[in-house]
Design a binder for this molecule. Structure first.
Ligand code: WTA
Length: 652
């Protein structure tokens, strides 16, 4: 087993500080003591169906389920026969209750404008957008691609799809045309929701032209609906492209929420895997609703007066579950911000927190490391007194960054919830219940309710506490992905075949004597760059698509700021000369093919790549070389021993 973050793991092994829950926080929390957590956890494992049925009853159902769980590994059905609608549970339920005039979304654009939508106003907007989709011919079960920036219309787009039973497929606004083509075609989308552009670091990021480029290769798209955000000039194709504001101006103000079966798909979200193209993970309605509802309620300890700010983009699973569906089902006020954290200055988040009296702040370790680099003076100008809880997600947090977050942002008062989970899990899996569980910097702590996590060997044998191994989940949970769109075999192979009888996470972990989990990074060929998942295979295939490239191998190496950086090793076609210009061109090429986040940090030309006798690229050696500049590991399976010497000769 190779782990990608052995150095940070060493520092985690030495970490033994414990931070008990803040008493004042615990006093008003949903779950106030360790004993209470233990009792609830025990029940969730021993009587999962009763536990989850109780949770589900806190939501509105149009028709009750007849059975909580039907499980035939790896196929799960939760709340069998139950009927509900997520947009109803996120919006209508609160308007019918006492929250009609409560802010649902407070949005701040990068240039500084602020828009607040109450739950009643959100209901109006969601109904108009849902009618707009219906009137444009989108039907229940149709797939709809959403390629937008962080503005209220993006959240409205998700909720409108959910309302009519269309399956949304959100594609992160930083992805390039090629990535759009793959995702749209793989899922056979019929429509695209997009916008002219969005603001980022003072400039406009244009989105519509990228859609236009992509749609040259997307035969299934009939309709494009464009939200006007920046007002910049865009090309509109007659008969295909429509303005959001023009369609909603004449759309019906009433659109009843469709009664969806608990197992009807809610969305597809593409994520990187070990091999091949990104996988379209399918999440269904009932289990995902209950899972994101309950994790938001307990891990963020949502209370009526909270203002909750998650810095993730809705283009990632964190945005789906913890900007939109989880907090809104809880009736929380969600703060959305459009732009960069350091625009116009590196204090933008702290300004936002003070301005809107944010109480819960959920971000990524990579962002925290950037804040540290920018300097404490940007933070200390602000009171941050409204904050009561902090959270992190996306990668292991190094204890130093944890301590800084605790001290400078949390003022040693706010608990920190380090939440471990995945696109596949839909919601938090290992995370502290902040009023009940003591934190240890660098550990995601203990499993959430119903999560039966374990650390095992490759053969599935338990690993003793204190030792590293593979992280698996042994029981089904409601918000688990149900399949990979159009490819159930790949779902079985990727997640349910590696370790007998369990879900394999792809992560390495260690459990300590207190039952706390310490995540050690991916054990496969997935790279985690600034908390974003990228498959080495995707970047490699982008590189070999360039006419100058014969072969490419990509590995991750530790990076102080981004967690991991991308190192590419490239062999060129016979006639091509290796030049610095070509290096730059190839890095740009990858950014153009996939998106800026996939651009290799360093790229080396080499005459050959290290391979085993069976022709497999030995990434382990490349990883070592990229990290330390040397290869000391076992090279006995190398087909050609001179390769390593040749590789070392290549300068950076
Ligand atoms: C990593 C993001 C350590 C992990 C929600 C996982 C983490 C992958 C943590 C999923 C954490 C996420 N501590 N590692 N708190 N959170 N990861 O699908 O490697 O984008 O497998 O979901 O991120 O990334 P994904």
């Amino acid at each position: 087993m190779s782990t990608v973050s052995e150095t940070s793991f060493d520092s985690l092994l030495r970490e033994n500080r414990v931070f008990p829950p803040n008493a004042e926080f615990a006093a008003r929390a949903h779950i106030k003591t360790r004993e209470q957590y233990d009792a609830m956890y025990r029940r969730s494992i021993e009587q999962p169906e009763e536990f989850w049925a109780d949770a589900a009853r806190e939501l509105d159902w149009f028709e009750p389920w007849t059975k909580v769980l039907e499980w035939e590994q790896p196929w799960a059905k939760w709340f069998v026969g139950g009927k509900l609608n997520l947009s109803h549970n996120c919006v209508d339920r609160h308007v019918q209750g006492s929250r009609a005039q409560k802010p649902a979304i407070i949005w701040e654009g990068e240039p500084g404008e602020v828009r607040t939508l109450t739950f009643a106003e959100l209901l109006t907007e969601v109904q108009l957008a849902a009618s707009m989709l219906k009137e444009a011919g989108v039907q229940k079960g149709d797939r709809v691609a959403i390629y937008m920036g962080m503005c209220p219309e993006l959240a409205i787009a998700l909720l409108a799809c959910a309302r009519i039973g269309a399956v949304h497929n959100v594609i992160f606004g930083g992805f390039a045309a090629h990535a759009l083509v793959d995702r749209i075609n793989d899922s056979g989308c019929v429509a695209v929701l997009t916008q002219d552009g969005g603001y980022r670091r003072g400039g406009e990021v244009k989105l519509k032209p990228i859609v236009d480029e992509a749609l040259k290769s997307c035969p299934t798209i009939r309709t494009v609906i464009v939200h006007r955000r920046t007002g910049s000039e865009v090309a509109m194709t007659p008969g295909r492209d429509f303005w959001w504001h023009e369609l909603t101006a004449k759309a019906s103000p009433n659109c009843l929420a469709e009664s969806m079966d608990a197992e009807d798909p809610l969305f597809i979200l593409y994520t990187s895997g070990t091999t091949g193209k990104p996988k379209g993970l399918v999440h269904t309605t009932g289990g995902y609703a209950v899972g994101t509802y309950l994790t938001s309620k307990y891990v963020f300890d949502l209370q009526e007066d909270d203002v909750y700010f998650c810095t993730a983009d809705i283009g990632w699973i964190t945005g789906h579950s913890y900007v939109v569906y989880g907090p809104l089902q809880n009736g929380a006020t969600v703060l959305m911000y459009e732009g960069a954290p350091n625009w116009p200055e590196p204090d933008r988040f702290w300004q936002i927190i003070d301005r809107h009296k944010v109480t819960i702040f959920y971000t990524a370790p990579t962002a925290i490391r950037a804040f540290i680099k920018w300097g404490d003076e940007w933070v200390r100008k602000y009171s941050l007194a409204s904050l009561r809880l902090l959270g992190t997600v996306g990668e292991p947090i190094n204890p130093e960054a944890w301590m800084w977050f605790h001290r400078e942002i949390g003022h040693e008062r706010c608990p920190i919830a380090d939440t471990w989970w995945q696109t596949e899990t839909g919601g938090h899996m290992i995370a502290p219940i902040p009023g009940a569980i003591a934190a240890k910097p660098g550990s995601a702590t203990v499993p959430f309710f119903g999560v039966d996590a374990a650390v095992v060997t490759k053969e599935g044998e338990p690993v003793p506490d204190g030792h590293g191994g593979l992280l698996i989940i042994r029981k089904p949970w409601p918000s688990m992905a149900r399949t990979i769109y159009g490819n159930p075999e790949r779902y079985v192979a990727a997640y349910w075949s590696e370790i007998p009888g369990a879900y394999f996470t792809g992560d390495g972990a260690r459990r300590d004597a207190d039952g706390y989990f310490w995540l050690m990074g991916r054990v496969d060929d997935v790279i985690n760059v600034s908390g974003h998942r990228l498959g080495t295979a995707e970047i490699e295939s982008a590189l070999v698509a360039h006419p100058a490239v014969a072969e490419a191998a990509v590995v991750g190496r530790p990076d102080d700021l981004k967690g991991q950086a991308i190192s590419a090793f490239v062999t060129l076609e016979e006639h091509v000369t290796a030049t610095d210009d070509l290096k730059q061109e190839l890095r740009k090429w990858v950014a153009k093919e996939i998106g800026a986040l996939a651009r290799p940090d360093d790229l080396r030309f080499t005459q050959t790549l290290p391979k085993t006798r069976s022709g497999k690229i030995m990434r382990r050696l490349l990883r070592e070389l990229a990290t330390t500049g040397e290869v000391k590991g076992d090279t006995t399976t190398l087909e050609d021993f001179t390769v390593i010497a040749k590789l070392r000769e290549q300068d950076e």
